[in-house]
Design a protein around this ligand. Structure first.
Ligand SMILES: Nc1ncnc2c1ncn2[C@@H]1O[C@H](COP(=O)(O)OP(=O)(O)O)[C@@H](O)[C@H]1O
Ligand SMILES: Nc1ncnc2c1ncn2[C@@H]1O[C@H](COP(=O)(O)OP(=O)(O)O)[C@@H](O)[C@H]1O
Ligand code: SF4
Ligand SMILES: [Mg+2]
Ligand SMILES: [Mg+2]
Lengths: 267, 267
């Protein structure tokens, strides 16, 4: 099964992805997480450090795939989760789509692309152009991380539109929304009333989550020494369980931008 | 003179751009503002409503440029500032670069591209790939809007790297940083100690600015009935005056990502 986690930059995609990967590992699954954000810090809390990107490694070897071994690009993280960072297009040139394409190509060469129970793509969702939509070509499900604000929901709607576009030619479905860092959900509910989709979980702002990232650990690793954090782990286990149940998912309806501005913005 | 304003999504690029455009108009300049964000709400506080995008208009006319008139795509805003929204690539397909390219092509056909004292591009800066770097091909100066946080400064560094790349083949310079919605500037100063560049202004979070956007007005229009807002206008007049003085600008130095993580992140 392949999952693509999308959301606006800084919304908590990587924090959420690492904890979902750790939760899937707790459920006995062999997981590979692939970071697809130019910030290339997706897998930081799984490995505890910034791993080299695929693009950097390929450049070092003059793009000779035959000189790249799995251990050069795939790193072991917490709970046995394997980690890869695609990296971003060189600033001011190149294309996000090319980077994702090269990453998948290399993983296939290394016979790694189909060796996992779950592959999770962590993808920047500010600009869902042809390039950054590339991971959707490989995904069974898309998950969208959002808060309760206009900008993140506007980005969520563009991501949903990309899923609708790709679902015409791929077996892709939207598994739903994950609310993050918010106690309120009135705008999330307004949005899903216009574009129906499941809301898998809503996580409030939890300082322990922020601290776990500073320490370079998932919340699961933190909970080993601080059992009171188990309820925080449960948010992510709940998400993992819903995905492992292979939900129907949706092909999202179209909500034109103007409708979204009227519905959600304070203009 | 052509300026490109970049920054992470939601950082305040459009609010800052509209107020700079209004300030330039106060200095007697004929200004055109071009929004290059898929959110296409760049010029909202200048016009008071969401204007149709170039891409939507071209699509309506089957891409027959000869059937498009200036008044179909160029709208009058506050202070005589002219407004255009490029729009974004269709979700899940297309490219940001194509949209910017089509916009500039159409404005040239309409003899509009060189009819202004100042053209200001308001561009999303989360992913500065070849596509979203396209406005830099036309710009004399780039301005970067940031807050005092890691994510916005990481985006700022990629934007700076794009300026360095483009400055090799174009007469482009980085005019500097604009701090926004922040009372602190310790991380901004740390960043500029490693990558020297001018800091044109630092604006705190000012509730009147937030309100002006809700009302669909620039701070300049608000100040006509509420003179106590003049000090807020002065921030933008100060930025406009620095740009009109045709500063030297810089070709930013290279700061590798790892250095930025060590310097600015709490990892
Ligand atoms: N539920 C949460 N509660 C508190 N902090 C959070 C939560 N989720 C994410 N964060 C914090 O938000 C910041 C951005 O998260 P990150 O995962 O890097 O975002 P993204 O990958 O979308 O850019 C990090 O500092 C992280 O610790
Ligand atoms: N200095 C400021 N003080 C208070 N609010 C601000 C300030 N600058 C921008 N804002 C608010 O921040 C939000 C995002 O601004 P916007 O200009 O739309 O960002 P962007 O164009 O970068 O996506 C808006 O609600 C705006 O009113
Ligand atoms: S397709 Fe997207 S990532 Fe690729 S160059 Fe265009 S805007 Fe950039
Ligand atoms: Mg991330
Ligand atoms: Mg904007």
């Amino acid at each position: 099964m392949k999952i693509a986690v999308y959301g606006k930059g800084g919304i908590g995609k990587s924090t959420t992805s690492c904890n979902i990967s750790a939760a899937l590992a707790k459920r006995g699954k062999k997981v590979l997480q692939i970071g697809c954000d130019p910030k290339h810090d997706s897998t930081f809390t799984l490995t505890g450090f910034l791993i080299p990107t695929i693009i950097d490694t390929l450049k070092d070897r003059d793009y000779h795939y035959e000189n790249v071994w799995p251990e050069d690009v795939i790193y072991q993280g917490y709970g046995g989760v394997h980690c890869v960072e695609a990296g971003g297009p060189p600033a001011g040139a190149g294309c996000g789509g090319y980077v994702v394409g090269e990453t998948v190509k290399l993983l296939k060469e290394l016979d790694a692309f189909d060796a996992y129970d779950v592959i999770l793509f962590d993808v920047l969702g500010d600009v869902v152009c042809g390039g950054f939509a590339a991971p959707l070509n490989y995904a069974d499900y898309c998950l969208i991380v959002t808060d309760n604000g206009f900008d993140a929901l506007f980005a969520a709607n563009r991501i949903a539109a990309s899923v609708r576009e790709k679902a015409r030619t791929h077996p892709l479905r939207l598994a739903g929304l994950i609310g993050n860092r918010t106690n309120k959900r009135d705008l999330i509910d307004k949005y899903t009333s216009v574009v129906p989709m499941p809301v898998l979980e809503v996580l409030p702002l939890i300082d322990d989550i922020r601290i776990s990232r500073v320490k370079g650990k998932t919340i699961f690793e933190m909970a080993e020494k601080a059992p009171h954090l188990q309820p925080v782990c449960d948010y992510y286990l709940n998400i993992a369980d819903q995905i492992l149940a292979r939900p129907e998912g949706v092909v999202p309806q179209d909500a034109p931008d103007r409708e979204l501005f009227n519905l959600l913005s304070d203009f």
